[in-house]
Design a protein. Structure first.
Ligand code: PLP
Length: 393
């Protein structure tokens, strides 16, 4: 049988200009898709090899939780596979409104609003809030969606060196007196696994009357009181975004804040208005996840214990793990070739650690970005540490 696509009709030449794009990218940096088959909450099948998954974001193992699966199935059977419309037309089922109320209560905020993904939230909320009078300061390591949102706005913006609050303060001080200042950051940084200093950020926001927009994607569910994240319950954070694709084991995102903020987004944010609502099953699964979060303290402790053991192990072996303080633990190796070699070595020892290379991370900081899950046992981590120990690269 022919491979898929080989019988496809010839294409036009109209996209040939894209070849230029490829000239700047070396062949070994070409990104490719490969199928991964989840076996349980811990192992995956890649090719014909079983691997312990140290690259996922399912920090609490909720993606496979029977309670979530039952909720997804029941809602799908009752209301169908899709929401059939955008939120402002016919896509707001009682499930959506209930989840938003539950999120607002969980985050101790006036209101919350669902978005279809974290990327879509950031890339569309920021241009809605920022106008040409705004001066925006963005952490250099902030997620691509935050940068894209700021770039798409009419605001003047600039990046500050990662977590360098002295520099941030200097920029805030220099901003013209009649400008509106904004600070944009993550709480847990997705590639280094380190944290922003919320005390300092809120103090700066207060002192310079700056809006504070924080993305809590990698903290929501696993850090903070009841797993509520590092920023969702902090009233000094004006806008907080959380995502459901990480610790909630699902899909989608939300923003929480004042009722006026949420009403403004419902009325003026194109990324909320002009898109189909999340499927009812997805929303029901998320409601189950949010209801569970306060009761998952033991799972969070177990997860943080695993992360601490991995950091200690990496330090003992001489790896730079940056200032990891989350379930994301990078092992920096420098060059692309070393990152690929280490990933291959781990794979030979039954562990999946995806190499992250420039341009996703700065030149010279290629790494394995290792992540942990509460579904793992100590022996899974032992296997990874043994594999790391036996690498002679
Ligand atoms: C994953 C992530 C996003 C994107 O969220 P999706 O729901 O996966 O689109 C946005 N911001 C941060 C910090 C993230 O880690």
């Amino acid at each position: 049988m022919a491979a898929p696509g080989t019988d496809a009709p010839p294409t036009t030449r109209r996209l040939d200009y894209l070849e230029e794009r490829w000239q700047g990218r070396s062949p070994e940096r070409q990104r490719r898709l490969g199928a991964v088959i989840p076996l349980d909450g811990v192992e995956v099948l890649r090719g014909d090899q079983r691997l312990i998954n140290f690259s996922g974001n399912d920090y609490l193992g909720l993606a496979r939780d029977p309670r979530l699966i039952t909720a997804v199935q029941a809602a799908t059977e009752r209301w169908g596979c899709g929401a059939t419309g955008s939120r402002l037309v016919v896509g707001s089922l009682p499930e959506h409104l209930a989840l938003e109320q539950e999120l607002a209560a969980f985050c101790n905020r006036e209101a919350a609003l669902l978005f279809n993904s974290g990327y879509q939230a950031n890339v569309s909320i920021l241009p809605t809030l920022l106008d040409r009078h705004c001066r925006v300061y963005v952490d250099r390591l902030a997620h691509r969606s935050l940068l894209a949102g700021v770039q798409a706005s009419e605001a003047r913006w600039q990046r500050y060196p990662h977590n360098d609050y002295d520099r941030l303060e200097a920029l805030l001080r220099q901003a013209p007196a009649d400008s509106r200042r904004w600070i944009v950051s993550e709480t847990v940084f997705s590639m280094d696994g380190d944290r922003a200093d919320l005390e300092r950020l809120t103090a700066l926001a207060r002192r310079y009357d700056a809006g504070l927009y924080l993305d809590d994607a990698h903290a929501f569910g696993i850090l903070g009181p009841e797993g509520s994240g590092l920023a969702t319950r902090n009233p000094e954070v004006d806008v907080v975004v959380g995502t459901f694709g990480k610790a909630c084991g699902g899909f989608g995102a939300f923003v929480a804040g004042s009722q006026r903020l949420i009403d403004t987004l419902i009325n003026f944010c194109p990324g909320f208005i002009y898109t189909t609502a999340l499927p009812p099953g997805v929303v029901a699964g998320l409601r189950a996840a949010i209801a569970l979060l306060p009761r998952l303290e033991a799972e969070r402790q177990h997860l943080h214990g695993l992360a601490e053991r991995l950091r200690e192990g990496l330090q003992r072996l001489g790896y730079d793990s940056r200032s990891s303080a989350s379930a994301i633990v990078p092992a920096l190796v420098g060059t692309d070739a070393r990152a690929l070699a280490l990933a291959a070595h781990l794979e030979a020892h039954g562990c999946l650690g995806i190499p992250i290379r420039p341009p996703t991370v700065p030149e010279g900081t290629a790494r394995l970005r290792l992540t942990l899950s509460a579904a793992m046992q100590g022996h899974h981590l032992d296997q990874l540490l043994t594999a790391l120990e036996t690498w002679d690269g």
